[in-house]
Design a protein around this ligand. Sequence first.
Ligand code: ATP
Ligand code: LTN
Length: 336
Amino acid sequence: MENDKKILFSAIQPSGIPTIANYIGAIRNWLRLQDEYNCIYSIADLHCLTVEREPKDLREKSLELLALYIACGVDPQKTCLFMQSHVPAHAELTWILNTITYPGELSRMTQFKDKSRKHAQNVNMGLMDYPVLMASDILLYNTAVVPIGEDQKQHLELARDLAVRFNNKYGETFSVPEPIIPKVGARIMSLQDPLHKMSKSDANENGFISLSDDKDAVMRKFKRAVTDSGSEIRFAEDKPGVSNLLSIYSAFSGKSIAEAEKEFAGVGYGEFKLAVAEAVESVLSGIREKKKQLLADRAYLDGIMTEGAETARRLSGRMLSKVYRKVGLYTPKRDK
Ligand code: ATP
Ligand code: LTN
């Protein structure tokens, strides 16, 4: 990290195995930007506690997510990979930022409203404060850019607002981050309900393809994917199912939407869905294999995250000290 490249920060919650939507919306962009930026990728395990979790499952999923980052092509030599809970500054900065955040800003967040509905029996303060923890993740590292899917745009807006608000109140401290949202695939929809986003925690497993699904599951789920009336394969608002499949195909084949439309002109839905499934499977088979190898070497993964946490603690510690100084928390002289 000792060069003058700008910082890129992103994270995913270990709330399940990432889906092809997480891959298209976020991870694929991470790979593209690895050389251009100093990249920091976290596993947002503290965020994960905002909804009910089985502790054992959370632990396993966290390690699996690290393996998946690497299996997808994130290079641990070039990037900093760590678990959010291993770096205390994230929770500490959250407290400070809470003091300049208003409840109304958080209660009107789309994700908060969705998740409050979905987890009505457990609407806790953490769920509401989620975007402030996310702002801390980002602001601790002087982050310039944050690759995310469309659904996180509102949270990034808050991170920007809080950076500016803090800077105005206490003097220049935080960089104001920019989102990077993909042009195609920023919002991949459920295969069963193309009006709702694909989500790794969907109760209906046929709605998503996880990066660990085997070939049979990939083929079966695409075969069952909901399409639209008519038979034309084109990208259009009145064809949400087909448009979604075209976006997925485009992301996995590297072809543009226009090229894909041309390729499938006159082709039936069945054949089209098979082609999408094959394009996805050809990438997933490699990821599955690599993940399996990585998970067999736990010491290697533990080593990566230990090293990552050390780097992240060093970088975030500097920013947190600055923040503590700015807001007026007392520091004894010999601590300097
Ligand atoms: P959960 O179901 O647990 O809320 P999720 O599948 O929505 O999880 P997150 O961990 O919240 O996934 O998101 C990880 C990254 O993937 C974020 O950058 C997010 O914007 C992106 N992402 C999530 N869902 C989609 C989607 N349907 N299409 C494109 N990108 C997405
Ligand atoms: N809230 C994000 C995960 C996340 C994140 C971040 C993304 C936590 N901290 C910082 C970008 C930057 C989500 O995808 N649900």
